[in-house]
Design a binder for this molecule. Structure first.
Ligand SMILES: Cc1cc2nc3c(=O)[nH]c(=O)nc-3n(C[C@H](O)[C@H](O)[C@H](O)COP(=O)(O)OP(=O)(O)OC[C@H]3O[C@@H](n4cnc5c(N)ncnc54)[C@H](O)[C@@H]3O)c2cc1C
Length: 600
């Protein structure tokens, strides 16, 4: 059986040493847990990954789902995975006990998800969507809808989807046209089409619960006219499931993640599709944001767990592949070295490693905020909510954009073999490509960061963020070995504050489009600083451990490798902020459309 393509040692370092996840168990909500129960959850995930996921990665890529006579068949291995995952209790693990859950922290669930997705990223989609749907229903739907659907979803009997996108409404969801017609019984008839719906149809479960954004007939234009509906594929009538006029009219042939079907669905072709309103009318998009924000952290994690697989696969290859000799003392009498000896290969490996471990750290930072938000009250709770709103688009974007770069570097390590189907790198390169597109493209996330989270609240949340970063900078300044990196990070934070100050000043002059035109670069700079923060945080722990007595050479090497990686990140990646800040200070406007369009 193939070995896992992630480091469990690193996961434990993050969970227990950097983020002290056990501290959460002091709160009554998580009090039933300890390291034993957390490790058991991680072991369960690893067992499923090894048995039901890793062996099918390539197989499912070669045999994608088929749409025949209106029905979708997925690879049989998906059935096995879904059954094992739900029977193991992992599907419900993060939910309250009243829903059959174990109340495990999100930080631990994210680590579980990392293990699962690392083994087979396409399978992970099915379960994460169902979890998102159940969570949204619990938060916003009536007790009747919750009772009807949540137990079925969390037991694995039904799956869930999110149906937002339409042909004319992708990034701009305010243009949604699917319509809900009020019925006398209080229900709605739904009419419209949705495209690209992941896990939108399959034969794993007897029913699929769609969360559909639609406009109630006569509703105002724009976001305020959008409501959210639960639309089952099959209606529950007594003990029977009967058709609800939801049809698969197309299946997309995708570049990657080919085990998950992406469907073109039609609702109400025969005027007989019943939907149930979730919460209040006109609040659909706001409700959906809960699922989308969770999914965005999941997508950042997706870029990261795929990149982890690419890193460990390319690391193994680099250790085994002999090619060429080192420039110093080069002689043909010497046998070739393995390619891990070449600095450029080492650079590509370190780029991948620092991405995987930096991005994972940043994501776990966000997931810990989710846990702290759950158990805090009042102002403290609001502070975590605000931090999450600020950082979620960044974690999504960095994980997906740099995930792509990291996987490409992994492929490059394999040379020509990387481009062939003999190794998994070409598949991972295709699988990871989607991450910067769905749940809001990078362009849209960048506008959300700069427009909504920074300009929208006049930079207030950035001050909370700075307080968080300063705690780790101050801790690092206590260690002579890493103090210069803490000072370097502090300089970057100050430069970023000045740039933000300029943006806020310019934003008041009603030049909105110009101010937002380089949102993507602002995002890139902020992301690099956030990952540098995470490396300093890890560096502090590693230095602390190295200062303690330790007679285990593997452990010493692990911590030294952390410090080496931190340095690499600063010298090879963080340095890129220099170019970004120069551009963000530059007043030449070259991308905003003028009277005469010069892109030709
Ligand atoms: C495999 C796959 C699975 C998916 N799964 C789901 C799903 O389960 N449920 C669901 O509802 N949807 C799903 N989607 C849809 C996905 O969320 C959208 O494709 C995505 O939001 C982008 O929308 P679009 O494709 O219409 O691109 P467009 O919105 O047309 O964007 C095209 C380009 O223009 C840019 N752009 C658009 N508007 C602006 C703007 N205002 N400012 C700056 N740049 C802009 C974008 O960044 C992008 O680069 C999936 C898509 C794919 C490919």
């Amino acid at each position: 059986m193939s070995a896992p393509l992630y480091s469990r040692r690193n996961l434990h370092f993050m969970l227990y040493e950097v983020f002290d996840v056990l501290s959460l168990t002091k709160h009554s909500y998580f009090a039933a847990h300890d390291s034993e129960s957390f490790n058991m959850v991680l072991d369960t995930a690893e067992g499923i990954a090894a048995k039901a996921m890793r062996p099918y990665l390539k197989e499912c890529d070669l045999h994608p789902p088929q749409l025949e006579d209106g029905n979708v068949k997925v690879h049989p291995a998906v059935h096995g995975y879904y059954r094992l995952f739900s029977e193991s209790g992992l599907l419900a693990a993060g939910f309250d006990e009243q829903y059959g859950g174990q109340q495990i922290p999100k930080t631990i669930y994210a680590a579980t998800d990392f293990i699962i997705g690392n083994a087979h990223n396409g399978f992970e989609m099915f379960t994460s969507l169902s979890i998102g749907v159940a969570r949204l229903l619990i938060s916003f739907a009536s007790p009747q809808l919750v009772n009807e659907y949540v137990p079925k979803i969390l037991s694995g009997a039904f799956t869930g989807t999110m149906c937002l996108t339409e042909t004319q409404a992708g990034s701009s969801l305010s243009d949604i046209a699917t319509t809900a017609y009020r019925q006398q019984e209080g229900n709605y008839k739904i009419k419209g089409q949705k495209i690209f719906i992941s896990a939108g149809d399959h034969n794993i479960t007897k029913n699929i619960i769609h969360l559909v954004l639609a406009r109630i007939e006569g509703a105002v234009k724009g976001v305020k006219g959008i409501s959210l509906f639960v639309v089952p594929k099959k209606r529950i009538v007594g003990s029977d499931l009967v058709t609800n006029d939801v049809h698969s009219i197309g299946i997309y042939h995708k570049m990657g993640q080919r085990s998950t079907p992406a469907m073109h669905l039609e609702f109400g072709a025969n005027n007989d599709c019943i939907g149930h309103l979730v919460g209040e009318e006109g609040k659909g998009l706001a409700y959906m944001f809960q699922m989308m924000n969770a999914a965005r952290l999941g997508v950042g994690l997706g870029g990261t767990f795929i990149a982890s697989a690419a890193y460990y696969a390319s690391l193994q290859y680099a250790r085994e592949r002999p090619q060429g000799r080192r420039p110093d003392g080069k002689t043909m009498n010497e046998p070739p070295v393995t390619i891990i000896h070449h600095p450029d290969v080492r650079r590509m490996l370190l780029l991948q490693k620092t991405f995987v471990e930096g991005s994972l750290s940043f994501l776990l930072q966000c997931f810990k905020y989710v846990d702290l938000e759950k158990i805090s009250d009042d102002d403290e709770k609001q502070r975590y909510t605000d931090l999450l709103e600020l950082l979620t688009p960044v974690a999504k974007t960095y994980g997906s954009e740099m995930g792509l770069v990291a996987v490409n570097n992994g492929l490059q390590v394999l040379g020509g073999y990387g481009y062939t189907e003999d190794f998994m790198l070409e598949q991972l390169a295709r699988d990871v490509r989607i991450m910067s597109l769905y749940e809001g493209t990078t362009g849209i996330q960048s506008l959300a960061l700069l427009g909504r989270q920074v300009i929208g609240n006049n930079g207030t949340t950035l001050e909370y963020w700075k307080d968080e970063v300063m705690k780790d900078i101050e801790a690092a300044q206590g260690y002579s070995n890493i103090q210069c990196y803490a000072d370097w990070l502090l300089n970057e934070v100050e430069e970023f504050s000045k740039i933000t100050h300029n943006v806020l000043a310019a934003a008041t002059k009603s030049k909105k489009e110009i101010v937002l035109s380089d949102a993507n670069l602002y995002m890139e700079m902020f992301a690099l600083i956030n990952i540098a923060w995470q490396w300093v945080k890890q560096g502090v722990v590693a230095q602390l451990k190295l200062n303690e007595f330790n007679d285990n050479p593997d452990e010493t090497k692990f911590y030294k490798s952390k410090l080496h990686s931190m340095k690499f990140f600063f010298h090879y990646e963080l340095i890129k902020t220099k170019a970004l800040s120069a551009r963000l200070r530059d007043h030449e406007v070259l991308t905003v459309i003028q009277d005469e369009d010069l892109i030709m």
